[in-house]
Write a protein that binds this ligand. Structure first.
Ligand code: XMP
Length: 466
């Protein structure tokens, strides 16, 4: 060996191994608890995160992921305003409190109310006078009224059941049920209207008991920043928009600048995920800079070209094994193409897995469905592909040297798959099954009980691995 050169042997990825089964008292897949943490503050009930890629996660994907208990990360390949808008759309999706309900005055006519119903698509209005709640008018009050000139004050309910802003979801539900009301206006001590809770929103939230929610009952969402010139402005804007955590997203998480950005953005008081790295040294470096969670994966992704272009990388299962248990949470990012890969990534020590290609091509991923020879597709591309690079320059008004750029990502059409929820179910079904085989009722036990066996070529064939 040339002096100074080190050869690291025997590193593995998902298809090189299988998990060894154990005698198990966990008899059903539904007995297992898959709760996990991204940071001390961010708890999710399924360890799945949709990638911050522009063909994977905008608000629709982030909403779908958070509703089922995972989380989505809005990509940064757009203007700051657009990223903020996407975050805001997620945060507004399931708010049990409508902060600024549409209100009416007591002299409004029923004709005007009918117009508002058509225009605003709401059917109940608190009636206010100088900010104070004096009544409520709901569909039942005016539905069959024929005189369009009648005034709100003639038909409204004056004796309104109200509550205050600090009311819990459970108490709001009880109060609404007991009084058979569908709207619960909230007032302050002076009787000023401060918000409204609707039974529709409460029911919706109930339907998603596992949803990832912040302390105000809103869905959780992550935002992302790079290390280019706008990183601090972008981070501050995301924090102002109430983002739950920020991903410092850099293909090469080993750059000194990455750690510097983590250190600086951490001062904003938000949880930080940083990456990507693939070795213990890289994890410790980002942990020291202040990261709450580190993204692991150099080149395993389906659209990644870093390995063939730069010759740099680390087999993903070994990367996870070495990066886990270093006193900081980790996310396995890239290369998960089936539920077995997902289960192995979590068993190896990842707190959650980030998914790109598998979630692309779905109803919830950005972009339109393209039909080619009667088959439907959606577009998926690596964020270091040539078109992503040039689009980013257009959207963020950054200068881009297209001639001098060597892409490290591919672009492809992938078959349209329908809802992402089917894919989430398949992945979670695989993980739950794996947990029962490993006698694990939660992810702590799963990691503790995990033992991998290395496969020969013929065992790979027997396992249906190519
Ligand atoms: P999967 O396998 O789930 O991987 O599609 C998603 C992850 O791939 C990374 N990514 C890239 N890596 N060049 C790369 O080398 C790229 O252009 C690229 N785009 C995305 C990223 O970590 C993502 O979460």
């Amino acid at each position: 060996m040339i002096s100074g050169m080190k050869l690291i042997k025997d590193k593995f990825t998902f298809d090189d191994v299988l998990l060894v089964p154990k005698v198990s008292s966990v008899n059903s897949r539904w007995q297992v608890d898959t709760t996990t943490y991204i940071s001390d503050r961010i708890k999710i009930s399924i360890p799945l995160i949709s990638s911050n890629m522009d063909t994977v996660t905008e608000h629709a994907m982030a909403i779908a992921m958070a509703k089922v208990g995972g989380v989505g990360i809005i990509h940064r390949f757009n203007s700051i305003e657009n990223e903020v808008l996407e975050i805001t759309r997620v945060k507004r999706e399931q708010n049990i409190i409508i902060e600024k309900p549409y209100v009416v005055g007591k002299d409004f006519t029923i004709g005007k109310i009918r117009e508002m119903v058509n225009e605003k698509k709401v059917t109940s209005f608190p009636v206010v006078e100088k900010g104070k709640l004096i009544g409520i008018i709901t569909r039942r009050d005016f539905e069959f009224e024929e005189d369009m000139n009648k005034k709100v004050s003639d038909l409204m309910t004056k004796d309104v059941i109200t509550s205050h802003k600090g009311i819990s979801l459970d108490d709001a539900k009880k109060l609404m049920y007991k009084n058979k009301i569908e709207k619960l206006p909230l007032v302050d001590k002076e009787g000023n209207l401060t918000g409204m809770i609707t039974s529709k929103d409460v029911k919706l939230l109930d339907g998603y008991s596992k949803a990832s929610k912040d302390k105000n009952g809103r869905l959780i969402v992550g935002g992302s920043i790079g290390i280019g010139s706008d990183y601090l402005e972008r981070a501050k804007s995301l924090v102002e928009a109430d983002v739950d955590f920020i991903v410092v997203d850099v293909a090469n998480g080993y750059l000194e600048k990455t750690a510097k950005v983590v250190k600086e953005v951490k001062k904003l008081g938000v949880s930080i995920v940083a990456g990507n790295v693939a070795t213990k040294e890289g994890v410790l470096n980002l942990k020291k800079a202040g990261a709450d969670c580190v993204k692991v994966g150099i080149g395993p992704g389906g659209a990644c070209l870093t390995r063939p272009v730069a010759g740099v990388g680390y087999p993903q299962l070994s990367a996870i094994l070495e990066c886990a248990r270093n006193g900081v949470n980790i996310i396995a990012d890239g290369g998960i193409s089936k539920s077995a890969d997902f289960a192995k990534a979590i068993a190896a020590g990842a707190d959650a897995a980030m998914i790109g290609g598998l979630f692309a091509g779905t109803d919830e991923s950005p972009g339109v469905v393209i039909t080619k020879e009667n088959v439907n597709y959606k577009f998926y591309r690596g964020m270091a592909s040539i078109n992503a690079f040039s689009d980013k320059a257009l959207k963020t008004e950054e200068a881009a040297d297209l001639e001098g750029y060597t892409p490290e990502g591919t672009e492809t059409l992938i078959p349209y798959k329908g809802s992402v929820l089917k894919i989430v179910n398949n992945l979670m079904g695989g993980l739950r099954s794996s947990m029962t085989y490993l006698n694990s009722k939660d992810l702590v036990e799963f990691r503790k009980n995990a033992e991998f066996v290395l496969l020969t070529d013929s065992s790979k064939r027997e396992s249906k691995y190519k």
